[in-house]
Design a protein around this ligand. Sequence first.
Ligand code: PEP
Ligand code: MG
Length: 322
Amino acid sequence: ERQAYAAMKDLPAETLDGHRVHLLANMAVPEETDALVESGIEGIGLFRSEFLFMDRSSLPDEEEQFQAYKRVAAAFGDKPVIIRTLDAGGDKHLPALALAQEENPFLGFRAIRISLARPALFRVQLRALLRASAFGRLLIMFPMISHLEQLRGAKAMLEQAKAELRSEGISFDEDIAVGMMMEIPGACLQADAFAKEVQFFSIGTNDLVQYTLAVDRMNAEIADLYSYYHPAVLRLISSVIDASHRAGIWTGLCGEMAGDPLATQLLLGLGLDEFSGAASVMPKVKERIRQATLEQAKQLAEHALTLSTVEDVVQFLKDKTE
Ligand code: PEP
Ligand code: MG
């Protein structure tokens, strides 16, 4: 099996009828960079910038962040590296931010909500990201956007950081792409409006499932209710992808679902443009893509969307693809 994957390393993630998608990897710490570059992966679909803020009592300054982002951007050369701005709160405890204890942390002060409420903190990260963009192909992504005003606010801060760097004579990628996570059902339902103001979407199924089904992603007691094969989740995914294509932008998926081979042809058929999961599972996903035709995948997805239970969806996918 390993040999078969090695032979596939340099082959594109392309269906039998010539439809090309992009397979990227998620990354948690920059120490993984060299191994990921070696693996032949097409880029980074989710770089969780939280790692820089964890297990420490002080905040990383602009220079430290710049060096970390630059290292990854430069290592991947002209391959894309999508860096997500700070996604603190929820399950990610960052002592340096001194956040209050909350009753419902996943519904509380987290991610972009923190960045917008603490502009001094956000500004440092945006400047570091922009500076690093001069050294590779970096894309910026905002987490946990639910309201259009948040996206506009974040983009305005980005523009402000660009203006500062320009006046300081510091170079950055003027055309840097900006995207957002689609991980809150409300944002998915309003995808049309968001699609006009970003260059890409990345669906975060880990949170999207939790928020759509009101099932805590960390609670083992109710884990049997937590599934990205729930028909409601599939409908949201489908509508986000369709809305992005109507607006002429692309959609990726960076939750666990992207690395699940059982979901590959379904996502392909729903029109997903980019898959980003753990590098170790992506060869299997590539294999599934190379075995499929887009036509078959579309039919598969169309039928899957008519099913009413998780069990029916899973059984159908097993029958059809395994
Ligand atoms: C997600 O929510 O699916 C996601 C990719 O982000 P995280 O797991 O970091 O919340
Ligand atoms: Mg998330």
